[in-house]
Design a protein around this ligand. Structure first.
Ligand code: ZN
Length: 418
């Protein structure tokens, strides 16, 4: 039922390549610009209506698109809309970080179809034990999809640390205390060939989650992702900037205070030592305060800090202003280099961002050479701590948008498809 090649037994390589490219073009057009008629697609993509109709039929067969509703604002007789169909496939994202492991599945339309999260103090367990917990969440997610007959198209795992993407190895994760952990291999040993696994830095994934396809204001984005560690990513002209070996975006280790505190990475005065979650919690509360209890969910601890700041608690307000000021110092360096359209505060920075923003913006304005901060806006992510898993799920779906025929050729996973 999901094999599209059956109707086309011996196509030439060129024909196949062209067909894949055109199917991808139509699918991405629908993602980036929303539902539209075959006639509109034909005009926008420079194809004939016959060609577009054939492509749409081919995408509809495995359930990637469907028709429905009439096109609004059309000239002449309105055509029937074609739109993405979320019922066939989903991309999986997963995250391993210091405070939790989590998973998310997004369908082709970007809707969340499954979400699981477990709070834990990763440093209290071995890497294998943490990955065992993650595997349990992945299995629950796949089971959720199976119940709705949705096929997982890939699993992208975000980890807190440097990732060798060729080998799927976390080479250096100071906050997790992991070194040279073969995350991809360990997960494949546990999950088998059920789903294709990719490992990425969580900051890159969080950045990708903020860059909205088709939105010009969200194509040049700098994402600062605050947790125990501080990372993030750079999206330029809609694409992630990874650097030569994929290590770009390690903002947390810019040295801002050479005579300051020692960082988890071994260096002294990294940005992370003054804006990481530990720095904030150390300033804001005594060691026996519940907001410093790693067993308590991080969202609840941050909500408590927000509550205290809103009630006028001086210690909390001062801590947030101090960290916000340091955040502005580093943000100004990055804005001078990159001139992004937006600096998006993600992770814990977003959760307490309203209280940090005044000090941050003061330092940012003072530190950026360009007039009016070069037009850079400071925004708070609305994705919370799900940015990395969401970005991971989105990246898994990219394989379908790049080559929709992969869905048709994929053998059905046991138990997932009738
Ligand atoms: Zn460091």
């Amino acid at each position: 039922m999901r094999s599209m090649d059956a109707a086309d037994p011996s196509p030439s390589t060129d024909h196949l390549t062209l067909r894949r490219a055109n199917l991808g073009l139509v699918l991405r057009r629908l993602r980036d610009h929303g539902p539209r008629s075959r006639a509109t697609l034909a005009a926008e993509l420079g194809m004939t209506r016959t060609a577009v109709s054939a492509l749409v039929a081919e995408l509809a067969e495995p359930g990637l698109v469907r028709t429905g509703g009439l096109e609004r604002g059309a000239v002449g007789r309105p055509g029937t809309n074609v739109e993405l169909d979320g019922r066939a496939v989903a991309g999986l994202g997963a995250e391993v970080n210091v405070n939790h492991v989590s998973t998310m599945a997004l369908d082709l339309t970007g809707e969340v179809v499954s979400e699981h999260k477990l709070s834990l103090d990763a440093r209290a367990f071995s890497a294998e034990e943490v990955l065992d917990r993650l595997v349990e969440l992945v299995r629950s997610t796949v089971a959720d999809l199976g119940q709705r007959d949705i096929v997982p198209v890939g699993l992208t795992v975000g980890v807190a640390g440097l990732v060798d993407r060729e080998r799927d190895v976390l080479t250096h994760g100071p906050n997790l205390g992991w070194h040279d952990v073969p995350v991809g291999e360990l997960l494949r040993a546990r999950l088998g060939e059920e789903v294709a696994i990719t490992v990425e830095n969580e900051g890159n994934l969080a950045a990708l989650a903020e860059a909205t396809p088709g939105d010009p204001a969200r194509q040049d984005v700098l994402v600062l992702f605050g947790e125990v560690g501080v990372g993030g990513g750079i999206v330029t002209e809609g694409r992630p900037l990874r650097g030569r070996q994929g290590y770009a975006g390690e903002f947390g280790h810019m040295i801002v205070e050479p005579s300051g505190r020692r960082c988890g990475c071994g260096r002294v005065g990294c940005w992370e030592t003054v804006v990481g979650l530990r720095a904030l919690l150390d300033l804001a509360a005594d060691p026996d305060d519940p907001v410093r209890d790693p067993a308590m969910a991080i969202d609840d601890r941050l909500a408590e800090l927000n509550r205290r700041a809103s009630l006028g608690d001086t210690r909390t307000i001062d801590a947030l202003a101090q960290v916000g000021g340091w955040l502005g110092v580093g943000a100004a360096m990055l804005a001078n280099v990159l001139n992004p359209a937006a600096i998006v505060l993600s992770g814990y920075f977003a959760a307490v961002g309203e209280h940090m923003r005044p000090a941050l913006e003061t330092r940012l304005r003072a530190g950026v050479l360009a007039p009016d901060v070069g037009g850079t806006r400071v925004e708070l992510s609305t994705l919370g701590f799900t940015a990395a898993v969401r970005g991971g799920a989105g990246l898994s779906l990219e394989t379908v948008f790049a080559d929709p025929t992969r869905v048709a050729r994929r053998p059905p996973a046991e138990g997932a498809v009738r």
